[in-house]
Design a protein around this ligand. Structure first.
Ligand SMILES: [Fe+2]
Ligand SMILES: [Fe+2]
Length: 301
């Protein structure tokens, strides 16, 4: 018999992003036990995967996790657990307090999740600095997109895709030459054409991971500069040809770009930015989504 003792704080591998720390604490025979630490207000998802007959089990250790079902909220407290065999639908959970739970899954989960996503997250954060944002741009886009998506009644799966795409929207800028990315004055036409390619590069990077969910995220990322009137790029899609998550991200991204302080430039006040978004409703942005965005104006930083 091979007995292994894991002391508090020890783990095999760890992945962390803002609001979530997941630690792979033991595995064997295709089953993994993963400790999750989720900060209040953050979300966690269980995603179905085609062809997997997996058991999934979560046991709450501390805090409170709310399972957002379509017609009701189910509150899970310490000692409670949920288990499912063969997940067919995405489930979304929100921590209403700082929460810890164990997640047991009979398929290799941790590596998939941590390997590709951690790399992409690191890249996205590097880009926000090069892009002239002080910090947290990716986090703010993710947070505001999710807030807006929730108001629009997106499904748990769309919310999951939206939160990843929000964080990773400009990941394709890793392929853009630095002298263009960092150029303090206006880009030439040729440079602008190159800059526009970050949408397609982003999609490619996400498709290259081979993970089905990230492929869908890639499709959203490719569309985040499309415009409602069809004058955007890269494909000139219009109206509802643009996916909802992409239409959400384009509004939130524009709002953030206007309001945030850059190294050499102070951001505009919230109300001025909201007026500008409203002015471009129906041309740049989806009018229905703008309406909802304006209605949550008081929750925006
Ligand atoms: Fe972009
Ligand atoms: Fe952005």
């Amino acid at each position: 018999m091979d007995i292994k003792i894991t002391r508090s704080g020890e783990y095999i591998e760890r992945f962390s992003t803002k609001g979530l720390v997941i630690s792979h604490i033991c595995s064997g025979d295709g089953t993994e036990v993963i400790h999750h630490k989720l900060e209040a207000g953050f979300r966690w998802y269980i995603a179905p995967e085609e062809g997997w007959l997996a058991l999934e089990y979560a046991h709450i250790l501390a805090g409170e996790l709310v399972w957002k079902k379509q017609d009701e909220d189910v509150v899970l407290r310490p000692g409670d657990s949920i288990s499912a065999y063969m997940i067919t639908e995405m489930a979304m959970f929100v921590a209403s307090k700082d929460t810890e739970f164990l997640y047991v899954v009979s398929r290799p989960y941790f590596h998939n999740y941590s390997g590709s996503i951690q790399k992409l997250f690191d890249l996205a954060v590097k880009i926000e600095e090069k892009d002239g944002y002080t910090s947290d741009h990716c986090d703010r886009i993710k947070r505001l997109s999710v807030l807006l998506g929730e108001r629009l009644g997106l499904s748990p799966y769309e919310m999951y895709i939206l939160s990843l795409a929000g964080f990773l929207h400009d990941i394709g800028k890793t392929q853009i030459p630095e002298h263009i990315l960092n150029k303090p004055n206006k880009l030439t036409d040729e440079e602008y054409e190159q800059m526009k390619l970050h949408t397609t590069y982003g999609k490619q990077l996400l498709h290259d991971t081979g993970m089905p969910d990230l492929r869908i995220v890639g499709d959203v990322v490719e569309q985040h500069h499309e415009r409602y009137d069809g004058k955007g790029y890269p494909h000139g899609l219009q109206g509802d040809q643009i996916s909802k998550p992409a239409a959400i991200i384009s509004i939130v991204d524009a709002y953030d770009a206007m309001t945030i302080d850059r190294v050499y430039q102070k951001g505009r006040p919230r109300d001025v930015a909201l007026q500008e978004i409203e002015r471009c409703s129906g041309s740049m942005y989806h009018p229905e989504i703008v309406k909802v965005f304006l209605s949550i104006g008081d929750q925006l930083a």
